[in-house]
Design a protein around this ligand. Sequence first.
Ligand code: GLN
Length: 504
Amino acid sequence: MSDPTHLTLAQARDALLAKTLSSSELAKAHVEAIERAGLLNAFITKTPELALDAARQSDARISRGEAGPLEGLPLGIKDLYCTKGVRTTAASRILDDFTPTYESTVSANLLRDGAVMLGKLNLDEFAMGSSNETSAFGPVVSPWRRKGADGFDAARIVPGGSSGGSAAAVAARLCLGATATDTGGSIRQPAAFTGTVGIKPTYGRCSRWGIVAFASSLDQAGPITRTVRDAAIMLRSMAGVDAKDTTSVDAPVPDYEAAIGASVKGRRIGVPKEYRLDGLSPEIAALWEQGVAWLKDAGADIVEISLPHTRHALPAYYIIAPAEASSNLARYDGVRYGLRERGRDITDMYEKTRAKGFGAEVRRRVMIGTYVLSAGYYDAYYVRAQKIRSLIKRDFDQAFANGVDAVLTPATPSPAFAMGEKGSSDPVEMYLNDVFTVTVNMAGLPGIAVPAGLSSNGLPLALQLIGRPFDEETLFSLASAIEQAAPRIEPPEPWWRDSDGARP
Ligand code: GLN
């Protein structure tokens, strides 16, 4: 086999079962690719020995005919998932030296099915961000470069966030697939920025147990992969009810792979007029129209729908998410986890630990969250934001009650931007990235980002499909129809390999 990192997850699975490739070879090729990709800074912690050891065990199981559904497939795990015996940082200084004694349910499910972990992937600190620039371990560099008039320009491009390490590693072929999490867009936006596929399943589809909490009523786990089929394969292993997370739902987990290539004839696709934002870039508007045309050609019926409360979603999200974050992050007090700074007394110790341990964006969220939950402001901000959340959910319920099977929107308002280009003077500029994705978390619905083309400067662009609760299957079939129709996006040339593992 020439270079097995070029296989899709499904192709690698089939090659392992056909014994034309061994899991050890596959793991070794990925370990080497990671070693040569230090410049991308996609991993916070690499676990090559564990990976090679797990691969040997997979090979033994394959030869005994005991292969699990993901047997021997090398994956990356977002460093927000607790991994037993392997450092888990949430990309924060406050958890710098935290090694969990337990495995998150979702990563345990992947290991149960035979997956091989290559290491822990970089992210925005506590998953707060849209560019991976808030990581205490440095930003992730996208494997994509922007094309200028004469070749590639010098600017480093962000991979999106918060799951920037996951998206960059998958796009750069450092792993066959990766876990990610999505509170307001952190699976779909980085997937969109890197030409990969990312699905945020329905709230409750995957267990949140053992995943470092950001905003518990919005957080969901999901995969980032190179194809829609690969996402279906991974999600099937990740999903399922868990007694340790009472918000996980006891609904059967279908064989999502069966939905790939299924007919979409007669499916009703809603196109929400409120997503046609003022100033929506012509390039994104054209991509969206192209998506409509592809689904129409595949036999779907297109209807215009109205989701009237859309414009309130972003401000409401940026109240609810920080409120829940401020409460969840209260546990990092210097006593139970990670970092502790010395202080005169316990209050001084708390203050010094939290001031040193949290980065600027996390501190901003804690302050906003504490403010909107405080007496006197709670009704004015938090309660109103919750009411808006109900209205947003009702808008979607209405569309689905009218027979819409899925909603088609752009995934992001722009292609990926350069490092330092957004949000440094005004954080709201960064928050605007989430305009098409946060509604989905607010309503608890499944959403998938699927690559659909390239921008005029050569960067990936994506469409988003939003589905009915627990109907990820429809999203997989529609996304695979788009994947079939869209022009093939050639993977980025591995320019990062020249630079010998230097950090950005
Ligand atoms: N970018 C959004 C935020 O910063 C969403 C992050 C996420 O989904 N984890 O809150």
